[in-house]
Design a protein around this ligand. Sequence first.
Ligand code: KIV
Length: 265
Amino acid sequence: MSKITIQTLRQMKQDGEKFTSLTVYDYSFASVLDKGGIEVLLVGDSLGMVIQGRDSTLPVSLRDMVYHVRAVKRGAARSLILADMPFGSSQMGPKPTLKNAAALMKAGAAAVKLEGGSVMVKTVRYLVRRGVPVCAHLGLLPQSVNQLGGYRVQGRSDDDASRIREDALRMQDAGAFAVLLEAVPAPLARHITQALDVPTIGIGAGPDCDAQVLVLHDVLGIYPGGSPKFSKNFLAGAGTVQAAVQAYAKAVRSGEFPAAEHSFS
Ligand code: KIV
């Protein structure tokens, strides 16, 4: 099977074929996910919570990310590795962000993800023009938890919804290869997905996104802090990690996951 690239993902959207993504932070799990056909391995800054036991993603450093990207790279033969830009690594303007993104790509990432809307447009354009594929993360921005006052669904008011919609279009225009939508009402995610040529990747954004992503530890039901409403334990009933990953991928591709109970209206 050929290597997954950002062009593969765009083609899958054009063909109406859903793709799958899971977070992963180490060699062994990366190998399981890669062999299980997961198209995008997200080395998420959620590692701050599920690996390091911190109470948010904010303490994660670029060095932490580089360490985990290197480990994941060794287990990934086919999947595309997408690395999160941790808090503080993308907020200081285009040039320092390019330097930090380059560190992640030298470690093995094929693309980076950064949080933020209109304020990040210039930075996204700068990175893309210099060879760094960027996924824009909109909706609930965990790195802004202190600004938001908690992990809340975003885009419920008309103003908020049109801001997120506008941001998605601006990110596409700036060259983002995908837009990740976290914790937004399903109808808003559907609208954005239909309006964009680039794929949307949803987490808590309903069934109509072009792809879904979940935190691996939620899929396996092993995070002591509990799991959000929009995730599902696929290990229960599956028996093995490999079977759980395959059940997740099958449910996403068939449109069975996420169901109404995992979505916001
Ligand atoms: O870090 C992460 O795991 C993420 C997901 C919540 C999409 O960004």
